[in-house]
Design a protein around this ligand. Sequence first.
Ligand SMILES: CC(C)=CC(=O)SCCNC(=O)CCNC(=O)[C@H](O)C(C)(C)COP(=O)(O)OP(=O)(O)OC[C@H]1O[C@@H](n2cnc3c(N)ncnc32)[C@H](O)[C@@H]1OP(=O)(O)O
Length: 258
Amino acid sequence: MSEFETILVDRKGRVGIITLNRPKALNALNSQLMHEVVAAVEELDTDAEIGAILLTGSEKAFAAGADIKEMAPKTFSEVYGEDFFSEWDRLSAARTPIVAAVSGYALGGGCELAMLCDFIIASDTAKFGQPEIKLGVIPGIGGSQRLTRAVGKAKAMEMVLTGRNMDAEEAERAGLVSRIVPVAELFDAALETATTIASMSLPVAIMAKEAVNRAFETTLAEGVKFERRVFHSTFATADQKEGMAAFIEKRAPEFKNA
Ligand SMILES: CC(C)=CC(=O)SCCNC(=O)CCNC(=O)[C@H](O)C(C)(C)COP(=O)(O)OP(=O)(O)OC[C@H]1O[C@@H](n2cnc3c(N)ncnc32)[C@H](O)[C@@H]1OP(=O)(O)O
């Protein structure tokens, strides 16, 4: 695994763990951190030994947003010219399931990074928000789109226009997070979830992820048709044979990721 300065990368079994590590800046997402997270995800994504990725921050902050100090002096020609923040889009191309474990602040780019993951497990101290408007800008890493799809127009519009934060309970009620756990249990709970995902057949997990994501990109009829075709494809895997044989023989499956 490559050497990184703003993140820590570790492995537990088949789970790749990326921990944002700029504690003094509450994990503010500067360019170096962005390059490193994207590189680490891409590296883990192409590693056949990895079946799930866990992305987390510190207890106080998952990430307090894009780095305001780095961004402040930039000009229009610079941000437009370099298509500033477009590098984050590469996370959407990852096929391996990515779980975000969020404690404390997930604001602006931090909330957007969590939403770039496949789902979010939150601690009871988590706070989500898109406060960019208070800085005279708007979300730029997909927040206006992903937050709206996650929580609906009314809540997303209020948050984006006022910069109000949501606590973990509101985020769970609104559908932004899959569940809340006590802060002391967050890492273990998220790792257990990621380990469960990594214990499944990787090609089938990738197909399942692709099918759920298709719901955001297409009509219901097209989405159901896509799901049906991918479901049919699972019968081309050895793991479908193994999974069903294991059930019938009353034993645990031994998936070969094939
Ligand atoms: C523009 C786009 C597309 C996306 C964005 O993400 S814009 C940024 C959105 N985020 C924010 O506006 C949140 C900014 N941060 C805060 O409001 C506060 O830091 C806090 C409420 C999250 C926490 O407040 P607290 O008093 O507990 O801590 P601070 O003393 O304010 O912060 C500690 C340390 O971290 C630096 N910091 C925090 N957030 C950022 C950031 N987004 N960018 C750069 N630096 C950040 C903060 O300046 C302080 O460092 P110094 O003591 O060295 O100033």
